[in-house]
Design a binder for this molecule. Structure first.
Ligand code: BES
Ligand code: MN
Ligand code: MN
Length: 454
């Protein structure tokens, strides 16, 4: 193992340069005008894989962005499917970045740039490790398959059909993903649960056109008032979602799981401080970790309607709308939740307005027990890579691919992520703590090596 670790250590500067190059490609999946950059990024990732010595590297076209698939087989060990994403979130609001988002910059041991942690820096770890094995030993300890997609940040709309059509190609003994975080600095973490997502848009339609609020106010239903009332009623004062049936399929927390969560050294005040919110709040009867990891919720993501300009304009808007989403937990199904939400909204809409409702994206939740030998091996690899005890965590975020592939293959999915809670993913000044980047590289190298012996 030392041969590989020494080579990886000697490559620190090169690894950093290569992540900087990846970040320099603005592969923003949400912006159609960046399609050329998406393509360029997919090709760049493919060429990195090729130059690492991976024998088969292909770009699979989809109705959206290309999927980068690569494999190097022929090893005696098990087959590992590595998943990651090369697309990134929009850089907006760009004026809040201290250094340009696509010009990655090191400051105080962190690499700042869009995609540094989510997910270019983390995805790169696996490529660097594969290259080191191939260079030093001419072979890999495990069979490696890579599936790197370019639409994760927009809900992976074309991934399920791809997976369904390529079951044989993707067959593996274990799925490994580095796209999550660590509980806190110095605490390497294995994530065994993700929340799912169902994201909606609701438009309330009223009068045929905007109206003078003096001549008509109080005499017709105002779509903006109606929208606010409807949305506000979706949660009660105890922080529970009021939609009938919403909690029906929720897997409850077992007493020993609650005890395990309570035993984690989670710093609630630090967590609050990272948000900048003066207080924490959520569903009554649950702790903060339980609320974000094991309980579903509903949040407004955007609201519009009526006059938004300077000063006052006395008007009744003809239409008003909201984007809102539910985060789901095992075993809630986004399709079923969508039907429940729509049915409920239609049942509470007052006469005199009409509703447009649609689901914009979705992804299933994921939860897997962590007693599998491949997962226990991951814990040891992290502990060796970081020289610190590792913990089991869940995440409140979503990675739609993980539930899809674990249902299809029925194999363990091991989420070894190296982000930190305050690294501003999706926000200005996204960064990656370089110690965790290098620790991640060491851990993944040890993990592949360990898997060969199981
Ligand atoms: N890497 C994140 C998932 C994540 C979020 C892991 C928070 C750990 C903590 C991923 O890139 C992401 O942002 N997912 C989206 C999925 C959505 C667009 C379907 C999310 O969670 O909003
Ligand atoms: Mn991600
Ligand atoms: Mn993301």
């Amino acid at each position: 193992m030392n041969d590989i670790l020494e080579l990886l250590e000697a490559r620190r500067e090169q690894h950093l340069r290569e992540v900087v190059e990846l970040v320099a490609i603005p592969s923003v999946s949400a912006k159609p005008e960046r399609a050329g950059e998406i393509r360029r990024c997919a090709e760049h990732v493919a060429s990195l894989l090729r130059s690492a010595g991976i024998s088969r590297v292909e770009l699979f076209p989809t109705p959206g962005n290309p999927i980068v698939y690569a494999e190097r087989l022929g090893a005696a060990g098990p087959t590992v499917l590595v998943y990651g994403h090369y697309d990134v979130q929009p850089e907006d609001p760009v004026e809040l970045w201290e250094t340009p988002p696509f010009q990655a910059t090191v400051r105080d041991g962190d690499l700042y740039g869009r995609g540094a942690v989510d997910d270019k820096g983390q995805m790169f770890i696996h490529i660097a490790v594969a290259r080191a094995f191939l260079e030093r030993r001419g072979k890999l300890p495990v069979n490696l398959k890579f599936l790197l997609e370019g639409e994760e940040e927009v809900g992976s709309p074309n991934l399920e059909p791809f997976v369904a059509a390529h079951k044989e190609l993707l067959k593996a003994d274990v799925v490994v993903v580095s796209d999550t975080g660590m509980l806190q600095k110095g605490m390497p973490s294995i994530c065994h649960g993700l929340r799912g997502l169902a994201y909606f848009e609701l438009v309330v339609d009223g009068p045929g056109n905007d109206l003078h609020s003096g001549s008509f106010g109080g005499a017709i239903p105002n779509p903006a008032n109606v929208l606010c009332q409807m949305i506000a009623s979706l949660k009660d004062s105890a922080g529970r979602v009021t939609i009938p049936g919403f909690y029906d399929d929720v897997v409850p927390l077992r007493p020993e799981e609650r005890a395990a969560l309570a035993a984690l050294p989670f710093q609630e005040e630090e967590f609050r401080a990272t948000t900048g919110s003066p207080a924490l709040a959520g569903e009554e009867g649950f702790t903060t970790l339980e609320r974000i990891w094991a309980r579903p919720t509903l949040d407004v993501n955007g609201l519009w309607g009526g006059y938004q300009g300077e000063g006052a304009k006395t008007v009744l808007p003809a239409r008003a709308g909201a984007k809102f989403s539910t985060r789901l937990v095992a075993n809630q199904d986004p399709g079923k939740i969508s039907r429940l939400v729509e049915k409920h909204l239609r049942s509470i809409a007052p006469p005199g307005v009409s509703l447009e409702f649609r689901q914009l994206s979705g992804g299933k939740p994921f939860l897997c027990p962590f007693d599998h030998p491949y997962i226990q091996a991951a814990k040891r690899a992290l502990e060796e890579g970081f020289g610190r005890p590792a913990v089991f965590i869940r995440e409140g975020g979503s990675i739609p691919f993980v539930a899809t592939i674990s249902e299809l293959l029925g194999v363990p999915c091991v989420l070894l992520g190296f982000g930190l809670p305050d690294e501003h993913s999706h926000a200005p000044n996204e960064r990656l703590h370089l110690e965790n980047f290098y620790g991640g590289i060491r851990s993944i190298a040890r993990y592949y090596d360990a898997l060969a012996g199981i």
